[in-house]
Design a protein around this ligand. Structure first.
Ligand code: FAD
Ligand code: MLT
Ligand code: ZN
Length: 454
């Protein structure tokens, strides 16, 4: 862990004047948990963590840090996976966790205004209690914050039908590098009055300002939901089934799990797989919608995809039991050590070939393992590498992705981890505009240094 550096007493006092000393944490014991990212790969340092509660306090803190020219690192739930959430150069850590709470639920138009530190799970529950549904879902739902999911444009398991976080963001409020507040929270269905600034801040990974409030779109709730676990003897049949299943509107998630990782998962969970045997490939298919979806799913999986074995659950406990196998993938792999995490999109037609090429690369490498799983419905595969020296293997795999016309970051963002690969997916013109926007909003380059731009 690098030297946390020391902040001059004057700066500490100015920060304490904003919202009181209890919002200015300098005790290293209290800081340490926020200096390492979820994967354990990124370990940073910081002299101070600020925990503002209100937008005005975020503005006050950022104004002081701007005045003194102090670099800043924003943090939400610290579940990010690309090294973008911890202070890697002694920056002052600004945690948005306490900027939390559901501000407004507009049940008529299906919208919700929430503070950035509110967890994804809380937003999902509040939406359901209000007779609506917030569609974004991912394994870190209990800890990931709405601000973090907006800053990273998080994907998750429902992108196939409901889109990325960007599709849910109707408006947002942000605090700029110098403490000015930008409010763009109107939620009109049609409002063509200039640039859509919420879109600019969505996916900005903390490089343009602190997101403090978000207006989210909500979707109608489901009458019925069902989850099917499909076992396949071969990869080609499973990928063929993904294509068939994508044609059915009721299907909102198609996840792929492979035998080797599922073995880690059932070990980790201490459960047995709900199928009669460990199939080489397992798809988890979630269908949801109007009444009758359970029957439709059963017929779809039989006619359309012809698996070797099917288990269907429609009750909540049964669905959760099937999902638990997918949700536990990241943590089960992490029991093997700190993985190198690749989060790639591959064109649908290349998925089976890509998995084969990754397996060949692993054999050629001879030392590391590749644990493959992910959101097969939208071509987003997660390839977690473990072993002595996976860097070369990681580069080889990312070259395979670029050669296949895919993306080196499907949903986790660039962070500090993928900065060297940004140019492989974005043209010089795009990168120039990225730089111009960053220079306009953060001319001193103090916000999340190293994230997105290296
Ligand atoms: P952090 O990790 O705290 O921060 C992430 C980035 O956003 C950092 O650059 C940070 O500076 C910035 N940031 C955070 N809050 C703000 C704010 N209010 N204003 C400005 N910048 C901010 N991600 C997916 O997309 N899909 C998945 O399926 C998925 N599954 C996961 C499963 C597990 C078990 C885990 C641990 C993580 C998973 N993730 C997934 C990754 C992670 O949950 C997402 O990236 C999430 O959006 C991070 O939210 P956070 O609040 O934890 O943000
Ligand atoms: C997931 O979908 O579980 C995560 O995005 C992938 C990961 O943890 O590598
Ligand atoms: Zn994912």
């Amino acid at each position: 862990m690098g030297h946390p550096g020391v902040l001059p007493r004057r700066v500490i006092e100015d920060l304490e004047d904003v919202a009181g000393p209890h919002r200015v944490v300098t005790d290293p014991e209290l800081l340490v948990g926020s200096l390492v990212d979820w994967t354990g790969r990124w370990e940073g340092s910081s002299p101070v963590m600020l925990r503002p509660r209100l937008t005005s306090e975020v503005a006050g803190h950022l104004g002081v840090l701007s005045h003194h020219g102090v670099p800043v690192q924003f943090q939400g739930g610290n579940t990010g996976m690309v090294g973008g959430s911890v202070p890697m150069g002694g920056e002052v850590l600004v945690s948005l966790r306490d900027v939390a709470g559901i501000e407004e639920v507009d049940e008529r138009s299906g919208q919700m205004v929430v503070a950035a530190g509110t967890t994804l799970a809380e937003v999902q529950q509040t939406a359901l209690q209000s007779g609506w549904r917030y569609p974004v879902d991912l394994g870190a739902r209990d800890t990931a914050t709405i601000g973090g999911t907006v800053a990273t444009n998080a994907g998750g398991v429902h992108v196939l039908r409901d889109g990325m976080t960007r599709a849910q963001v109707l408006g947002l409020e942000a605090v700029l590098a110098d403490g000015r507040i930008m409010e763009s929270l109107r939620g009109l269905d049609k409002d063509n009055t200039g640039y859509h600034l919420p879109s600019l801040f969505t996916g900005s990974e903390g490089t343009l300002g602190a997101i403090t409030r978000v207006r989210l779109r909500l979707l109608p709730p489901h009458d019925e939901e069902a989850v099917a676990m499909l076992g396949f003897a071969g990869l080609d049949a499973a990928i063929e089934a993904v294509g068939q299943l994508r044609r059915h509107f009721d299907v909102q998630a198609i996840e792929i799990m492979l035998e080797d990782v599922l073995e880690l998962v059932v070990d980790h969970l201490g459960v047995s797989l709900p199928l009669s045997r460990a199939w080489p490939v397992v798809l988890l298919v979630e269908a949801a919608g109007t009444a009758g979806v359970v029957d439709r799913l059963a017929s779809v999986v039989h006619d359309g995809s012809d698996p070797d074995e099917v288990v269907v659950a429609s009750d909540r406990a049964g669905r959760q039991r099937l999902w638990a196998h997918r949700d536990a993938h990241s943590v089960a792999i992490s029991t093997l050590g700190v993985p190198t995490k690749l989060d790639v999109t591959v064109p649908q037609g290349r998925v089976a070939a890509f998995i084969g090429e990754v397996r060949e690369a692993v054999v050629a490498d001879g030392a590391s393992q590749a644990w493959i799983f992910g959101h097969a419905g939208d071509g987003n595969l997660h390839v977690n590498l473990t072993g002595p020296e996976p860097a070369g293997l990681a580069d080889h795999i990312l070259h395979l992705v670029v050669d296949a016309g895919g993306s080196v970051s499907a949903e986790h963002g660039i962070g500090r981890d993928k900065v060297d690969w940004l140019g492989a997916c974005r043209g010089p013109g795009e990168l120039q505009v990225f730089r111009m926007v960053k220079d306009a909003l953060d001319p001193a380059g103090r916000l999340n240094p190293g994230v997105l731009f290296g």
